[in-house]
Ligand binder design. Structure first.
Ligand code: HXC
Length: 559
């Protein structure tokens, strides 16, 4: 039996009051956790106060209660605190606002207050570097966003932005808290504003666990990277039932907003994790490539991989047949430190590859056409993917290494109707405005507009190399000869032999790296096996690069 003393917290058993919700509801009509009168201290000694603090903390740590925690675990999901525990270095987490509660008094909400409400916020370290973190707690009203949850999240976003440290959001929320109405929407807007203000100032990373709906998806969408969990996390503006009622479409949650869909079709997600812990491990590694803010250089580690390591395999990587594919990831792996390439958006627009790696310990962003997918052609999705990555690197002082093998932009009505002009312009814009060190290696084709776009000298590429197999031209030999000699060929006795001869002539005269090298558009033609050394030297050369753009409020990228 518990005797509740309204003027203090003392119970008959000498323990401080930590009642189950049913008892609270019978006892207090206007509040439950903790009633302000319960906080009076006049009859407490020091050890009582410490004991009370301990009890309140224990209560807060339970969130929505053991039953709801067990339900989460049964679904293969972790609690907010368990996720934070995996994310941060051991014992580094310090929590803010553990005792903050919502202020809603509608729909009986005054009877349903949980310490900390539906989010755990604070700071800690990853490999010794400070990060700010919030983790939504699905056990408290589905992690739905109240006014006070928004205040808690905004507090840490403000601290992170002012103090120059990354913000990591672990999202698991049913969206705006329906009971709070406009206060919740206002709270979301406050968060969105801070996402935008922090953009390009500190890295912002989101993981999405569980079903995130409504406003819960827009904050992640505004951040730099989004990680989702296979078969266990969903992002959609409106769920399948609303979709059915509005568009009459039958669609499952997985099809509508599952991790695989967002990783391959919408491009919202950057990585599909196999599990919650895998998502968190990805974030820890991602952070290792990033500076704390836009003033710092990215972290440089000691590398054991020799700078002079050659890769003889690269000398024979390019197939004799110009139309045959090869895997550009081989080039990346053979040149970067320890073959370790951290890919981003692997399954979205695989005709372009983006990700992070290190050269002699220095963190770099890599952008590469992928001849193994659609010949590495640039299209709408690959242009947007490349542009966004280049802009991220430029925001955070991360040098960009670009590997080029691109036959041009994809022609056709689907692309033109979809706005390949507007979207293709994005990657052009991104490379042109980027002032970070830019090193380019053309391995094979660099045709037409795609040559200009892919970090060419003309867009302020700093050091541009080509392999001897490079073909830098307006278009491939076949297309060019067709345009120039098609009519004449029809009059020839043996048109095929005539065209073949002209193609060879075109190849020898134009489609090679030497014409560009003669103009100085290519700084050197390098042996593929030595690419690692040449890239590392180029990056070293550019370590103190200073470049800037004209003063302006902001540019007008063709969105
Ligand atoms: C208040 C909510 C809630 C919400 C869930 N809960 N979403 N409470 N506001 N938005 C509560 C449930 O009532 C339940 O409480 C507990 O959280 C767990 O929810 P369940 O439905 O039991 O869980 P599950 O079956 O896993 O389904 C999760 C879900 C579903 C898919 C997220 O709850 C759902 O569809 N919620 C509504 C999603 C939505 O439409 N949000 C959009 C809001 S509008 P109890 O007490 O029973 O445990 C919005 C606009 C913002 O966000 C726009 C800004 C730009």
């Amino acid at each position: 039996l518990i005797f509740i003393d309204h003027s203090g917290l003392k119970t008959t058993g000498g323990q401080y009051y930590s009642p189950p919700s049913t008892v609270r509801r019978q006892t207090f009509t206007d509040n439950c956790y903790p009633h302000p009168k319960q906080l009076r201290e006049d009859r407490m000694n020091t050890s009582d106060r410490l004991e009370r603090l301990k009890n309140l903390r224990e209560q807060a740590k339970l969130g929505g209660g053991t039953e709801k925690i067990e339900k989460l675990h049964a679904q293969g999901r972790l609690t907010a605190r368990e996720r934070i525990g995996l994310l941060l270095d051991q014992d580094s987490f310090e929590e803010f606002d553990m005792f903050k509660t919502h202020r809603c008094t509608d729909f009986g909400m005054e009877q349903n207050k949980i310490p900390g409400d539906g989010v755990v916020t604070g700071h800690g370290t990853i490999d010794g570097r400070i990060v700010y973190v919030f983790a939504q707690d699905f056990t408290v009203l589905g992690g739905s966003l109240s006014e006070t949850i928004a205040e808690k999240i905004c507090k840490i976003m403000d601290l992170a932005t002012k103090n120059g440290a990354p913000v990591i959001g672990l999202n698991d929320s049913g969206g705006a808290r329906i009971q709070e109405g406009i206060e919740s929407l206002a709270g979301y807007s406050d968060i969105f504003l801070r996402n935008v203000m922090a953009s390009g100032v500190v890295p912002q990373i989101s993981a999405v666990f569980g079903p995130c709906a409504g406003g819960a998806v827009y904050s992640p969408a505004l951040t730099d990277f989004v990680v989702m969990v296979k078969n266990n996390s969903y992002m959609f503006l409106t769920g399948p039932k609303v979709v059915k009622s509005v568009t009459h479409e039958d669609v499952t949650v997985e099809e509508l907003g599952g991790a695989d869909m967002h990783a391959s079709k919408s491009g919202v997600s950057d990585y599909t994790a196999a599990s919650g812990p895998d998502a968190i491990a990805y974030i820890r590694k991602l952070i290792s490539y990033l500076p704390q803010n836009n003033i710092e250089p990215p972290p440089a580690l000691n590398s054991e991989d020799p700078v002079t390591r050659t890769a003889a395999q690269l000398n024979s990587l390019i197939p004799e047949n110009i139309n045959e594919a090869y895997d550009m990831k081989e080039v990346i792996r053979h040149t970067v430190d320890d073959g370790d390439f951290f890919e981003v958006k692997e399954h979205f627009a695989p005709n372009i590859i983006v990700g992070f790696a290190r050269y002699n310990g220095m963190s770099v962003g890599i952008v590469a056409n992928q001849p193994a997918h659609y010949s590495g052609v640039l299209d709408i999705d690959s242009s947007v993917k490349g542009a966004r990555f280049v802009r991220f690197c430029d925001c955070f002082n991360i040098p960009i290494v670009t590997f080029v093998d691109v036959p041009g932009f994809l022609p056709g009505t689907a692309q033109e109707y979809g706005g390949v002009i507007r979207n293709g312009a994005k990657i052009l814009y991104a490379y042109a405005e980027a002032t970070v060190p830019k090193v380019t290696v053309i391995t094979r084709k660099a045709y037409g507009g795609a040559y200009c776009v892919m970090s060419s000298k003309h867009l302020r590429g700093d050091i541009n190399y080509a392999w001897p197999s490079a073909e830098i031209a307006v278009m491939g030999a076949k297309g060019a000869v067709g345009v120039l000699y098609g009519r004449q060929a029809r009059k020839e006795e043996n048109p095929e032999a005539f065209l073949a001869e002209k193609e060879q002539e075109y190849q020898d005269t134009v489609a090679n790296p030497y014409v560009a090298a003669q103009r100085g558009y290519i700084d050197d033609i390098i042996e593929p096996a030595n690419s690692r050394l040449r890239i590392i030297r180029a990056l070293g050369l550019l370590e103190n690069k200073r470049d800037s753009n004209p003063m302006k409020k902001h540019g007008n990228i063709p969105l």
